[in-house]
Design a protein around this ligand. Sequence first.
Ligand SMILES: Nc1ncnc2c1ncn2[C@@H]1O[C@H](COP(=O)(O)OP(=O)(O)OP(=O)(O)O)[C@@H](O)[C@H]1O
Length: 341
Amino acid sequence: MSAQKAPPPTSNVALDVRDLRMRYGTKDVLTGVSFTADRGEVLALLGPNGAGKTTTIEILEGFRMRSAGEVAVLGQDPAHGDEAWRARLGVVLQSWRDHGRWRVRDLLGYLARFYGPYSTAEVTRPWDVDELIKVVGLAEHARAKVQTLSGGQRRRLDVAIGIVGRPELVFLDEPTAGFDPHARREFHDLVHRLADFENTTILLTTHDLDEAEKLADRILVLDKGAIVANGSAERLARELTTQAEVRWTVDGHRHVHAVTEGDPTGFVRELLAHDTEVTDLEVKRASLEDTYMSLVHRAETSQAETSQAETSQAETNPSETRPAESQAATNGSGRTGEVQS
Ligand SMILES: Nc1ncnc2c1ncn2[C@@H]1O[C@H](COP(=O)(O)OP(=O)(O)OP(=O)(O)O)[C@@H](O)[C@H]1O
């Protein structure tokens, strides 16, 4: 590696993706993905299997050439990223299988050396290896051979390898797969520490909605190659699903009312004013899981309808051609009903 200095950060935008498209053969896998990430932001990329998450991340990492679109990663087009640019990125892949005979500290020390030449006035590289080993919770295993580590410990090592160069932007592909709850909690603390104290931008993929909600400032939902939602977990729940469910009991009968617009307090006030026998009153906000399921269902329903409309001109009953209601709407758009539970 040559000892080039990385250019100083010039913008607060770490990631700028515009109309990104990817086609494998005749198959369109990304159909116009656009989003940005600021420095220090944590973004979670969610989506069902095959949605295009890994493809997106690999394009941003410079490992895969895109078919079309504009992409700037730390101000650089990843298709033309040089080593100085690469030294500013951290990549944590789905698994690190090599170097089984190396000892943890030796491996990290070896990899750390490559980043020294890319140290700048703003960012001292690499990370002090002993401090890093402590930060990722491997202090007791510093002398252990990589092949003797458990799955969770190996994943911590993956993370350490990804951040040893003190990257400004980290890509994490399913970082906590195989972690026990304790390791998961420690990993979450580490991500917060990187974002809050080091101003590191983090883009992670996960299938764990609870994790996305805890970690991410912003959630992007990718489905069939397109972003179908972009916002904080709270904002997505507020905007995209049944806003709140009010449950209560009268004379031993349980009732439910879905409040789809506005503040549920108004409904509760009205309910209590009209019915003095109300007990067990509960107001439940939509969870991220409800939101996610509703979004994916909605995106898939509208896609199925588009392709059906394209392939079939047959005359149909108007009620069958009406856009299908989303799961959120089906859950009850302002309707009240009695429930079994
Ligand atoms: N090299 C390739 N050649 C052809 N098709 C590919 C290639 N890589 C991925 N695909 C296809 O592109 C689509 C998106 O794959 P990708 O791995 O990006 O999805 P993903 O969202 O990361 O999925 P998962 O959650 O299962 O990891 C899938 O249909 C996959 O089969």
